[in-house]
Design a protein around this ligand. Structure first.
Ligand SMILES: Nc1ncnc2c1ncn2[C@@H]1O[C@H](COP(=O)(O)OP(=O)(O)OP(=O)(O)O)[C@@H](O)[C@H]1O
Ligand SMILES: [Mg+2]
Length: 254
């Protein structure tokens, strides 16, 4: 199963990706999590010490130049769009407590949209992992999916949109649903996050109209602790974790 997680900035994508990875691992699955946000912080929320965090693939300049048939430090209008990438996952993921963590890195703001050798390499790598590999894959994406190419989109089995109780986060969810449809993705579902009470939950559920809701995670001090470095996604216990597990069960993942 290949799962992509998206949503407006700051809604809780990375925290939930890390918790889903842990939940899937706990149920005995082999999981690869991919940080595909140029503003990388998945490794930290997973609790990987700084000196053990995976190297962002985009920083492998020499390798990328070699594989894409370009010269290091020279801008080249012509490069290989389908470089060899099959040996990359095993070489560059970090196995952290049974979860394979990869970090793509990226060009801020440009997402995977820019036509340059680095992005051709990252796109090929992501497509390879989504389409060819057999592991469970969870992709932590940059806010929005505009930069997602058709090839990548078609490898995704389920697109999860994280929505928090406010109008702009809802609007993003509807926009993502429309774009995802245009990219040929069929299964779009929502996780409600940072919910304070029933009124907020109803507000979003009503606003989502026909987009199915997989589950909800309440606003909690425990979840904040992950960002504050007092817990990691792998040490968390309690209601928030149970709510993530319930959503994963509801999705049929565990
Ligand atoms: N259920 C929750 N309760 C309380 N705080 C939460 C909850 N979920 C996430 N947060 C907090 O919200 C902030 C944003 O979370 P996170 O980094 O996971 O979001 P994101 O969508 O990945 O952000 P970005 O768009 O910057 O990548 C963090 O400080 C996190 O601790
Ligand atoms: Mg994030």
């Amino acid at each position: 199963m290949k799962i992509a997680v998206t949503g407006k900035g700051g809604v809780g994508k990375t925290t939930l990706v890390a918790l889903f990875a842990r939940t899937l691992r706990d149920s005995g699955k082999t999981v690869i999590v991919i940080d595909a946000d140029p503003d990388m912080n998945l490794s930290r929320l997973m609790g990987i010490p700084l000196n053990e965090q995976p190297v962002p693939i985009i920083e492998l300049k020499e390798l990328i130049a070699e594989r894409t048939g370009t010269e290091l430090g020279r801008s080249s209008p012509i490069f290989k769009m389908n470089p060899k990438v099959s040996d990359i996952p095993e070489k560059y993921w970090v196995d952290h407590e049974g979860i394979k963590v990869m970090v793509m890195g990226g060009i801020k703001g440009g997402g995977l949209g820019c036509a340059c050798p680095e992005n051709a390499f990252l796109k090929s790598l992501i497509s390879y992992i989504l389409i060819i590999r057999n592991e469970w894959v969870i992709l932590d994406m940059e806010a929005g999916i505009e930069h997602l190419g058709r090839g990548t989109a078609q490898g995704v089995d389920e697109m999860i949109v994280v929505v928090e109780p406010n109008q702009s986060s809802l609007e993003t969810a509807h926009r993502i649903k429309k774009l995802a449809g245009e990219l040929g993705m069929k299964k779009i579902e929502v996780i409600l996050n940072k919910i304070h009470d029933k009124t907020e939950e109803k507000y979003i559920t009503d606003g989502l109209k026909d987009i199915p809701v997989l589950g909800k995670v309440d606003y909690s001090a425990e979840m904040r602790k992950i960002d504050l470095g007092q817990e990691t996604a792998l040490t968390l216990s309690g209601i928030s974790l149970a709510q993530v597990e319930a959503a994963a069960k509801n999705a049929g993942w565990i």
